[in-house]
Design a protein around this ligand. Structure first.
Ligand SMILES: [Zn+2]
Length: 193
């Protein structure tokens, strides 16, 4: 029995189910502790293979991801494609991301951008900008999970291993509160009292 993408996240503890208080103040029956999935090389390999297979014909010469899980995802996807894998870090001198540590992208080099869970697309857009700044061409964006309300138009081919619907409730309309299920603030193991 092969695990579905959702099962891989659930088994690794990266997809929690219950009753959660999100940073936005909304309540949700699910919470993505997204980085937990990449602690399992077996899952990382399978997920990155889905991205690599999808973009195998894109001609990508480099795979780039945003720190921190993007380092692992870029490495593994690049390994499967037989190309280089690099990562873009936060730009301390301003917004956005930059390639440091001597990472280079040649002009017109084809770059595949990868990330873990896309929520707003912000970090992916920052990597796209960093690639373009060096003259590279983004040939696609591949993520493990797309949980944007509406898949963003990034202007390049987009692939997600899994599409997750975003379910949130204002506290006063929360059916989980109505059932008196204890509310958990992610990051703490104790139910909120
Ligand atoms: Zn609630």
């Amino acid at each position: 029995m092969v695990d579905s993408v959702e099962q891989m996240f659930e088994k690794s503890g990266a997809l929690l189910k219950g009753h959660f208080l999100l940073a936005s103040g909304l309540h949700s029956p699910v919470y993505w502790e997204k980085s937990l999935v990449v602690q399992y090389p077996e899952y990382t390999e399978k997920l990155c293979r889905m991205i690599a297979e999808h973009f195998r014909k894109s001609g990508a010469q480099v795979v780039a991801g945003p720190t921190t899980p993007g380092i692992i995802l870029a490495y593994e996807t690049a390994r499967q494609l037989g190309v280089r894998g690099i990562f873009a870090e936060r730009d301390e001198s301003g917004p956005g991301r930059v390639f440091r540590r001597g990472f280079k992208i040649e002009p017109n080099e084809k770059v595949l951008v990868v990330d873990d869970v896309m929520t707003t697309g912000g970090s992916v857009r920052q990597v796209i900008d960093a690639v373009k700044k060096l003259g590279g061409i983004v040939v696609g964006v591949g993520v493990l999970v797309d949980r944007t309300a509406k898949s963003p138009d990034l202007g390049v081919p987009f692939y997600a291993c899994h599409r997750a619907d975003v379910i949130t409730y204002p506290p006063e309309q929360c059916p989980l509160c109505a059932k008196k299920i204890p509310l958990v603030k992610p990051g703490s193991s104790q139910p909120k009292t």
